[in-house]
Write a new protein. Structure first.
Length: 170
């Protein structure tokens, strides 16, 4: 094909010019390649009690705080990075203090503390926390409609009806 040139370090026939061929999974960004491991340990637990507890707590905290600060004249947004920083020592604290005993619920066994707090739990907690941050408007759109009903039209809405509206419009 005219106008195409071989990549740097390659000859025109596609073979490498005396260099080792690079792995296709290696990240081209050097900083990322130095920090992020290229291998995976499938034995590390992910969906643990700690991950669900801290992830849900981080999500709820960020949803509440971002919705609360939406009503300010100068609204501010708390990002998920705050939760990512805060949950690391909390996860390690929970790993040190929770009991390691196995519990059985409806035939399924689980442990509150399956071992040391690991990177996979930290990542899943960060994903949970990101669900609590909506960069579009800061909160659910229907919360604005419920607020307008109360502030301008002096109409109240049953809590469960408002909750149903918020849950169904997301």
């Amino acid at each position: 094909m005219a106008g195409t040139e071989p990549l740097e370090g390659q000859q025109s026939n596609g073979s490498s010019a005396g260099k080792e061929p690079e792995s296709s999974d290696r990240c081209p960004v050097e900083e990322v390649a130095l920090v992020v491991p290229e291998t995976d340990d499938p034995k590390l637990p992910v969906m643990t009690f700690r991950a669900w507890f801290l992830g849900t707590a981080a999500c709820l905290f960020l949803i509440f705080m971002n919705t609360f600060f939406t009503y300010r004249t100068q609204p501010l947004t708390i990002s998920a990075i705050l939760a990512q920083i805060v949950v690391l020592p909390l996860g390690r604290f929970m790993a040190a203090t929770l009991p390691e005993r196995r519990f059985s619920v409806m035939g399924y066994g689980f442990s509150l503390n399956p071992g040391p707090f690991n990177i996979k739990e930290h990542v899943i907690i960060t994903i949970f926390a990101n669900c609590g941050v909506s960069y579009g408007g800061g909160d659910a759109y229907s919360i604005g409609a419920i607020t307008v009903m109360k502030a301008y039209y002096k109409q109240t809405l049953n809590f469960f009806c408002g909750l149903l509206i918020v849950l169904t419009t997301q």
